[in-house]
Design a protein around this ligand. Structure first.
Ligand SMILES: Cc1cc2nc3c(=O)[nH]c(=O)nc-3n(C[C@H](O)[C@H](O)[C@H](O)COP(=O)(O)OP(=O)(O)OC[C@H]3O[C@@H](n4cnc5c(N)ncnc54)[C@H](O)[C@@H]3O)c2cc1C
Length: 436
């Protein structure tokens, strides 16, 4: 372990200069983990966070409960990363979910595992995760400064020498950039890191929304807005009719289209809106195969022979869906049940087993749980998170061109890359000291 260098404070022309071993930009999941790791290794660390408090996004994770990781082996984590999983292999293997759990339990946060391996604090309070990290930052003497970083400082050789913020300049021997993506900007992640990384030579893959509600074509979804369906099965097909996603769960119709857990997960598999078009088939009766559903329809129609078809549908579907289904089948609502033909019954059955919604596109990035795209990973060392473009720079978290499905995997990426970057930055100082 290194001997910690004391922070040095000086003023020039009214500007404040703080000198540290390492500056971490961004007090989110990745940045806090990087700062703690570097401090553990004996570095003096300054954490720059634009908000008054660290971890603002963490408060809203997992609907305020924080799905902190997924209780699975590293290989399963990587299977849940559709983009650049290989890049994460080293970081996730060295700081896998098991180690993340042990880390938080070591800080006194008791955890529990729910359906699908999702790990939460036992208290169901995301605040417990943030408090534990904050207390540990204080214990390890990480200095937290409220300022918004604007640019990275470099010397004539392109080595990173510090950070220029809105309120001062900060000198350091290494900088970890962990400013997050561009989703939920009210939490502080407005995409600043992309500009700072690009200015020192990094390529930025265009940020795109993932785990995001979906806008639908036509008026039908809007007519059913507010309707939540539990236990439906969906299939997503691309324009070549290839199934890109199939799952069962809960969804919601909204004024613009579709939302709810199942739709957010589905969106992560629609990765090529530029080139492809997608549609969704919703199985409204997944517990019944076609034969059983047909028997059920026959029974309902014969038991209600003299009632209007509209009323029969109300026994089969949520009320808000009935007008839409009637319109799609083309069967007038006042048709008597005993007059419904075999062909019309078939048409209804096909609709119930495959209610089609054409997807217009994802909702804006501001509404996305996670940002896909970001700093090109081939320009970053996967073991240390060191920039291959700007010596002295390390990158971590959602800023990188990696993103995962739901289930605690995105935070797992933030913890693991934050850990690797903090360690990489600290070790880089040992190496330069050794060379001196
Ligand atoms: C509603 C919602 C729910 C989610 N739930 C889950 C979940 O339960 N499980 C899961 O695994 N993932 C979840 N995620 C995703 C997860 O929160 C992110 O992937 C993760 O927080 C990324 O961590 P990060 O540290 O890279 O970025 P962030 O957590 O976004 O942190 C970046 C930090 O940098 C700061 N910053 C930005 N620019 C500057 C600047 N110029 N100067 C100084 N500071 C700056 C920001 O203020 C912010 O504090 C959720 C996301 C959302 C939006």
């Amino acid at each position: 372990m290194r001997k910690q260098t004391d922070n040095v404070r000086s003023t020039q022309n009214g500007e404040v200069f703080l000198t540290n071993d390492i500056i971490v930009i961004g007090g989110g999941a990745a940045g806090m983990m990087a700062a703690l790791t570097a401090a553990d290794l004996g570095c003096s660390v300054l954490l720059l966070e634009r908000n008054a408090k660290v971890g603002r996004k963490l408060y809203i994770t997992g609907k305020g409960r924080c799905n902190v990781t997924n209780d699975c082996p590293p290989t399963d984590v990587l299977q849940n990363v559709p983009r650049n999983p290989k890049f994460l292999m080293s970081a996730v293997t060295r700081f896998p979910p098991e180690a993340v759990k042990a880390f938080f339990e070591g800080l006194g946060v008791r955890l529990k595992t729910e359906r699908g391996g999702r790990v939460f604090p036992q208290s169901d309070r995301a605040a417990d995760i943030i408090d534990a990290l904050f207390l540990d930052l204080r214990r390890k003497r990480v200095e937290i400064v409220e300022d918004r970083a604007r640019s990275l400082l470099t010397d004539a050789d392109g080595h990173i020498t510090g950070v220029r913020g809105e309120h001062g300049s900060y000198v350091a021997r290494a900088v970890v950039l962990a400013t997050g993506g561009a989703s939920y900007p009210l939490t502080g992640s407005t995409g600043d890191g992309y500009e700072m990384a690009a200015a020192v030579g990094h390529t930025i893959l265009p940020p795109r929304p993932s785990l995001v509600p979906l806008a639908a074509e036509g008026e039908d979804c809007g007519k059913m807005q507010g309707l939540s369906l539990r236990n439906v099965a969906v299939k997503v097909r691309d324009q070549k009719k290839k199934i890109v996603y199939a799952a069962q769960g809960e969804m919601l119709f909204t004024h613009f289209g579709l939302s709810g857990p199942l739709m957010l997960s589905a969106s992560a598999h629609m990765r090529d809106f530029g080139k492809s078009r997608y549609h969704l088939l919703i199985d409204l009766k997944p517990a019944l195969d076609e034969e059983k559903l047909d028997q059920r329809l026959l029974r309902d129609l014969s038991e209600n022979a003299n009632r209007d078809f509209r009323n029969v549908l109300e026994g089969l579907l949520p009320r808000l869906m009935v007008p839409v289904v009637l319109e799609r089948t083309g069967i007038p609502g006042d048709t008597k049940a005993n007059s419904v033909t075999k062909g019309q019954r078939r048409c209804l059955l096909e609709l119930l087993k495959g209610f089609r919604v054409d997807i217009a596109g994802p909702r804006p990035i501001e509404e996305a749980i996670v940002t896909s795209g970001g700093v090109k990973v081939s320009e970053v060392d996967p073991h240390t998170m060191a920039s291959k473009k700007a010596p002295g720079l390390f990158l971590a978290g959602e800023l990188l061109d990696v993103d995962a499905y739901t289930g605690g995997f995105n935070l797992q990426i933030a913890w693991a890359t934050g850990r690797a970057a903090g360690e990489g930055a600290a070790r880089s100082l040992e190496m330069t000291e050794g060379a001196e």
